[in-house]
Each structure stands twice: as structure tokens, then as C-alpha cells.
Design a protein around this ligand. Structure first.
Ligand SMILES: Nc1ncnc2c1ncn2[C@@H]1O[C@H](COP(=O)(O)OP(=O)(O)OP(=O)(O)O)[C@@H](O)[C@H]1O
Ligand SMILES: [Mg+2]
Length: 494
């Protein structure tokens, strides 16, 4: 059988940095082929070459045994290759339907956009894949999770023969993942060849027919999930085994650091109360859309709330901006690094110190460049960001390394309270263990840490207590060593 898509001996360097070396890869019709590897292994680069974003230096791309040479994403899509990129590419202030059909809107004889047709087409597409999203809503009004689904719908709308998904589930809740997997099953039935990139190996083993492993830009092997397992795959990825142990829980003091009382902002959240103690990791669990991020943003001064109060060490805060929050020692690691967290066109160094510039300014208001450089190099080392060159622009970092930079930026601000929203989104299994340890180290130093995560094992493994959100309310606060996943789920959905 001929593969639908085949890469033969592809190589790629950025400057003197060799990112892919002699990589071959094939995917068949009706197959889900997972591609895994550490942050920076070259997964996105390989897919960007297929999808027409980057040019390869050597090698061939074959589509149904014919050599092809996609020069841009548009051309790739015309050939039947659709890529859902790792970073969302939707325009927030356009509607859902406009985003999906941008540059190919149905038009009338006079060349005007046929709006009703446009919206009907979007509706038909959603029906085909079984999702319920309004075509006329602005994309920006939807959560990151829903935006991801819209992005996937858009990719499917090109009648893709090959659908490449670069970490499609990193912002999805468990039920959204189930929905995506049934969409994938449907497309498989229709004979689409699917490439699935993910750091969530549980999901990979669930959905993939084959798994290819990249390490440092080289293909180390292809395995069949039915005769492999997570440990073997991790071993291929990182060259060693990893116990997926969470750091030991800490000693939490009785001293309340942050107290949230009756916080309300209808219709987003209602009467939210919880406390965070010094040295504690407090997990916030719940489905996407339960109001967790909205509450975090309100505490951080990024959004308003209409009632209730937030106290830091017993003193009521009235924060009007994130800047004021940071000045009080409250730092928020955002779930959406592209929109709110990082300045992608700036260097890693400028990003890392961007929340802590006050510390690096002298009496005359001048920046202390030497100290800034020292701090950024220290942070890069501490957070194991690769490559270790802090003058690179953020756009040349892999997704997982961007995430690590975001954490570095938050830590450099020397917080009293750190609110980490999906802190390990897109990072590889090894780096994830390090981030968990870094969060626990912070707590052990007396900092209060709030972790919002859609991955239940992460919330449970990391947290001293867990607050469960449901539809904008706190439905439970769970305490103790053995909080069961099933209990959290029950409070999250009931
Ligand atoms: N535009 C670019 N310019 C320079 N270097 C780049 C560029 N894009 C990627 N790189 C480098 O290429 C390497 C591979 O990056 P890539 O994004 O393919 O990794 P990845 O496997 O997708 O990682 P992740 O799991 O973190 O998303 C990294 O070292 C990255 O810094
Ligand atoms: Mg990537």
C-alpha cells in the first residue's frame, strides 16, 4: 500500500542550528500516526515543512507517490494537506464563520460576501463533526478550548486528505478531548490520514495506530501501541526512564495568605470563596468554562468583579490592573501564552524580565543591563529553557520552551502568590516533572501557589487541597492525601 503522505530523508537547519536530520516518516489513509518527542525535538518543524511554512534543506515530500513542494500553507491546503498549528491562528474580532472561510467566502454575482450562505456553510460543517458553536459569534468571545475546536473545524473544511494536528488537545477539557477523538474516528472512517502530535502519552496510546519518536531532530523509531507502552516510548524520547512521581507534599502553615470572599461577576462567576495558605499548593479543578480563569483574572486585576473581596495577608486589595497586582506580589501565569503572556517578537531576555523591571532600574530610572542579563541567564538555566541563548526572539523557540519562558518570567517577579493557569501546557514529560518540582519549591519557600489545570492527575498529584468549580460556583473544597479523581469529577459535573 502506498502512503498518502511520505517524507523522505528531510533535513532542516535554522542558521547553524540543525533541527532535522535525515528524517523519514509516512502516514497511510485511515491511519492515526502520532509523532512524539521532547520540547525542541523538531516535531513542529517537520510538520511546518509539510504544511508549507518552512522550506526543507534536503529531502522529498510525496503525496500519493507524487513529489510535491508546498510553498505556503495555502498551497498545501489546495493539495489536501491541512495543518492545525500549535499556536492558535484565529482572528478574535471576526466571527466564527468568517474565520473558517476567510479568503474563500461565498460571494454574490456582484462580488459581495453572501453572509447567510457563509453562516449556513459553517453550520453544516459543525453538524458534520457534531459540535454546537454559533457561526455568528466573535471568536474572541470563546474560550481557548472552543477556539481550538474551531481551528480544527477550519482545517477539516478544506477537504483534507492529510490532517496534521500539532498538540490539539493541550487546551481541551476531558470531554472536549472525547469529542475530538470521535471527530478523529469519523475522519478515519472517511479515509483521512491523520498526524497527531501530543505530549499526553495516555492520549497518544489511546488514539494512535502507530507512534513515531523524534529525538534531537532524528527519527529514533516507530512503534505500535498494541505492543509497546508509555515507559518504552518515554525511554525512546528522552533516552532514560522517568518515574512520573509528583514532588512530595509540603508543610502548609495555618497562616492565610490570600483570602477570596464572595467574589461575584455574573454571569461568569458567583459567590466564590476560598483561602490560600502560606506554603500551600491549592489546585483548582473544573471543566473548561467553569469560570476558573475568569476568577484568576479578577484576582489578578485583569478583569473587574462586581461583588466580594480579595485580601492579601489580611489586607483588602482593590486592584485596578495586573501591574498593581504584580506590585503587591501577585503574579499570574496565563493559560494563553500568545495573547497575554509573552511578547513573541521580543527576545527571551526581555520577556523574562518584563514583569520585574522595577528591580532592574537604578535610582535614575535607567535599566541595569548587566543585572538583567545575569537574571535572564540564571532563569534560563533554572528552567532548563533551550536553546540557552537569551537573545533569540521568542518566535524561534519551540512551543514547550515558550511555556518554560513564561514560567521563568513569573518566577523572576519574586511573587508572594503565584497563580499558574495550565502551567505545563505543551511541555514534554521530563520538563513537566521539573515544573512540578519548581512549583513545590516555591511553596516550600512560603509562597502560596494556585494551580489551575484541566489535567486531573496533575491537580491531584500536585495540590495540598483542591477547590472544584462548576458553572461559575465553588462546588467543593477537598482536603487530604487521597482525594479521588472520581470525587473531583462528580463535583465538577453534577
Ligand atoms: N523560526 C525558527 N528560527 C530558529 N529556530 C527555530 C525556529 N523554529 C524552531 N526553531 C528551533 O528548532 C528546534 C525544533 O523546534 P520545534 O518547534 O520543531 O520543536 P517541537 O518538537 O515542536 O517542540 P515542542 O514540543 O516544544 O513544541 C528548536 O530548537 C527551536 O528552537
Ligand atoms: Mg512544537
Amino acid at each position: 500500500m502506498t502512503p498518502v503522505l511520505e517524507i523522505r530523508r528531510a533535513s532542516k537547519s535554522f542558521g547553524s542550528h540543525r533541527v532535522l536530520h535525515d528524517v523519514s516518516f509516512a502516514v497511510y489513509a485511515g491511519e492515526v500516526h502520532a509523532l512524539v518527542g521532547e520540547n525542541g525535538a523538531g516535531k513542529s518543524t517537520l510538520m511546518n515543512i509539510i504544511g508549507g511554512i518552512h522550506r526543507r534543506d534536503a529531502g522529498e515530500i510525496m503525496l500519493n507517490a507524487e513529489p510535491i513542494d508546498p510553498l505556503d500553507p495555502w498551497q498545501a491546503r489546495q493539495l489536501g494537506i491541512s495543518v492545525v498549528f500549535q499556536e492558535l491562528s484565529l482572528t478574535p474580532n471576526m466571527t466564527v464563520a468568517q474565520n473558517i472561510f476567510v479568503r474563500r467566502e461565498p460571494t454574490s454575482a456582484l462580488g459581495l460576501i453572501h453572509w447567510r450562505q457563509l453562516n449556513d456553510d459553517a453550520r453544516a460543517l459543525f453538524e458534520r463533526i457534531g459540535i454546537d458553536i454559533s457561526p455568528t459569534e466573535l471568536v474572541g468571545n470563546y474560550s481557548v478550548g472552543i477556539q481550538q475546536i474551531i481551528e480544527i473545524a477550519k482545517a477539516i473544511s478544506f477537504d483534507a486528505k492529510v490532517l496534521i494536528m500539532d498538540e490539539p488537545t493541550s487546551a481541551l477539557s476531558e470531554s472536549e478531548v472525547d469529542r475530538l477523538f470521535s471527530i478523529i474516528a469519523e475522519l478515519k472512517q472517511q479515509g483521512v490520514a491523520i498526524v497527531f502530535i501530543s505530549h499526553k502519552l495516555g492520549e497518544v496510546l489511546r488514539i494512535a495506530d502507530r507512534v513515531s519518536v523524534l529525538r534531537d531532530g532524528e527519527m529514533v523509531g516507530v512503534v505500535n501501541p498494541s505492543d509497546s507502552n508509555q515507559d518504552e516510548i518515554i525511554h525512546m524520547m528522552v533516552g532514560r526512564s522517568l518515574g512520573d512521581l509528583y514532588p512530595a507534599k509540603g508543610v502548609v502553615s495555618d497562616e492565610v495568605l490570600l483570602e477570596v470572599e464572595g467574589l461575584s461577576h455574573p454571569p461568569l462567576f458567583h459567590d466564590i470563596s476560598f483561602s490560600l495558605r502560606r506554603g500551600e499548593i491549592l489546585g483548582i479543578a473544573g471543566l473548561i468554562g467553569a469560570g476558573r480563569t475568569e476568577v484568576a483574572r479578577a484576582i489578578f486585576g485583569a478583569d473587574r468583579y462586581s461583588r466580594g473581596s480579595v485580601k492579601l495577608a489580611g489586607i483588602k486589595l482593590d486592584l485596578k490592573s495586573p501591574r498593581q497586582a504584580i506590585a503587591h506580589g501577585i503574579v499570574y501565569l496565563t493559560e494563553d501564552r500568545k495573547v497575554m503572556g509573552l511578547f513573541l517578537s521580543m527576545t527571551m531576555r526581555d520577556n523574562i524580565v518584563s514583569s520585574s523591571l522595577a528591580r532592574f532600574t537604578d535610582a535614575l530610572g535607567l535599566l541595569k543591563h548587566r543585572a538583567i542579563a545575569d537574571e535572564s541567564l540564571r532563569a534560563i538555566k533554572q528552567n532548563d529553557i533551550r536553546p540557552r541563548d537569551d537573545l533569540l526572539s521568542m518566535t524561534s523557540l519551540s512551543g514547550g520552551n515558550q511555556q518554560k519562558s513564561l514560567l521563568a518570567k513569573c518566577l523572576s517577579a519574586n511573587p508572594k502568590v503565584l497563580i499558574a493557569d495550565e502551567p505545563t501546557r505543551g511541555v514534554d514529560v521530563g520538563a513537566k516533572v521539573k515544573i512540578h518540582q519548581a512549583l513545590r519549591d516555591l511553596a516550600n519557600r512560603g509562597i502560596g501557589v494556585i494551580v489551575i489545570s484541566s489535567e486531573l492527575p496533575e491537580v491531584l498529584g500536585l495540590s495540598d487541597r483542591v477547590v472544584v468549580f462548576r458553572e461559575g460556583h465553588v462546588s467543593a473544597v477537598l482536603d487530604g492525601d487521597n482525594i479521588a479523581q472520581a470525587d473531583v469529577m462528580r463535583y465538577a459535573v453534577q
